[in-house]
Design a protein around this ligand. Structure first.
Ligand code: LRH
Ligand code: MN
Length: 395
């Protein structure tokens, strides 16, 4: 801990902020995933949403900060969503964001909410009515929309008309929401489309959200930007506009790699969390949902999620340790090196002892990974989950 401790960086206030932090886990991270080349199976992989939620609950059990699980429809299709929500509660977690899926239906080849054919757009809107039903049945308040829509060749479709169709379709989806429910719209600069993407950047998502209403905000997936993008600058702008609804945390070396958050670029995650702390948006009532969106193609899934959660905690703890007064003084004085030094000092701080203390203060083992690996849960599910079809991206 640097000598420049100020009230905002006192150990107590940092611990309090970390104790209040929650990170939402993606159900699909516990199923099999891969690339177009291969999807690898692994012993003990869940066969249904109930088992996915039980595995997610293990992450909460050992980290204490992952109390919600996002669902993806229809990957997490069940007959009785009330039963699924009760199962989650029995396991000490709750259902979080409901994700629609507009990227696995043949009808959506040329688009979903932007498709030239009104019948196809109506089908895509209707899918969101199903998702809102799931929200009602599970108590979820957040509908997340990511659409793969785009074109592969110039001239393939009218770029402006697609935006008008999208605006109209999103209005219809927004109208499906209950007054206490909200929508978050995710952007991505390319893939699966390779010439134009209909929601390619934060500006386009923000424009549509502003047109929809107060309960529409932007999702920032850290893997969805062109290389070299200053993501924390986008965080600042969306917070200034009051329209940062959620993060999909992951990391990447090249494109939408969906690797463990903080694995490829821990400094970037720190810079992002610093802007969150700086704008006082870490508070549970800030309206920003911190989620993971990852695929554990080759590494063990539950440990992969535990590592990702603790990586986000480390970035957050370091961000909370930035000596804001010293930073401001150096910034005001135009002392470039001193300002950067204050920032790097926090990033260079080993916060693992602080996080171990946090967990002990929450009645948890100081090292969640070691505690999970020693629990025998991985061996138990590998022995029990014989037969059936392992869950994956195939509906
Ligand atoms: C799209 C995305 C989106 C999810 C999917 C699993 O790339 O980031 O958030 O629907 O991954
Ligand atoms: Mn995402």
């Amino acid at each position: 801990m640097t000598t420049g401790q100020t009230p905002s960086t006192s150990r107590e206030s940092v611990l309090a902020a970390l104790r209040a932090q929650t990170i939402e886990l993606p159900s699909w991270a516990f199923g099999n995933s891969g690339t177009r080349f291969k999807v690898f199976g692994s012993p003990g992989t869940p066969r249904d949403p109930f088992e996915k939620i039980s595995d997610a609950a293990q992450v909460h059990r050992y980290t204490g900060v992952a109390p919600r699980v996002s669902l993806h429809i229809p990957w997490d299709l069940v007959d009785d969503y009330g039963k699924l929500a009760a199962h989650a509660a029995d396991d000490g977690v709750s259902i979080g964001t409901i994700n629609s899926n507009l990227f696995q239906d043949d009808d959506y080849k040329l688009g979903s909410l932007t498709h030239p054919d009104a019948k196809v757009r109506a089908k895509a809107v209707a899918h969101h009515a199903e998702c809102v039903d799931v929200m009602r049945a599970t108590g979820s308040k957040e509908l997340k929309v990511w659409l793969p829509d785009g074109t592969n060749y110039p001239g393939q479709d009218d770029l402006r008309e697609r935006q008008e169709r999208l605006a109209d379709s999103l209005q219809q989806v927004y109208a499906l929401l209950e007054p206490d429910q909200h929508l978050v719209l995710e952007y991505k600069f390319f893939e699966p489309a390779f010439y134009s993407t209909d929601v390619p950047d934060w500006g386009t998502s923000l424009l549509h959200c502003l047109a929809l209403g107060e309960r529409a905000k932007v999702v920032l997936d850290t893997g969805h930007h062109a290389p070299g993008t200053n993501i924390e600058f986008i965080v600042v702008q969306l917070l200034r506009a009051g329209r940062l609804g959620a993060f999909d945390f992951n990391s990447r070396f090249y494109a939408d790699d969906d690797l463990m958050a903080g694995a490829a670029d821990p400094f970037q995650l720190f810079r992002i969390m610093y802007e969150i702390v700086r704008s006082d948006a870490l508070r549970p009532d800030s309206g920003v949902n911190f989620m993971l969106d990852q695929c554990h193609n080759i590494e063990a899934k539950i440990p992969g999620q535990i590592r990702s959660v603790t990586n986000v905690q480390q970035a957050t703890a370091k961000a909370l340790l930035v000596d804001r007064e010293a930073l401001r003084e150096a910034q005001q004085a135009g002392d470039v090196l001193a300002a950067n030094d204050v920032f790097m000092d926090a990033f260079s701080t080993d916060v693992r002892p602080l996080l171990a203390q946090l967990r002990e203060s929450m009645g948890l083992a100081p090292d969640p990974m070691a505690a999970y690996l020693a629990s025998g849960y991985a061996e138990r599910i590998a022995a029990e989950r014989i037969g059936g079809r392992q869950a994956g991206w195939g509906a």
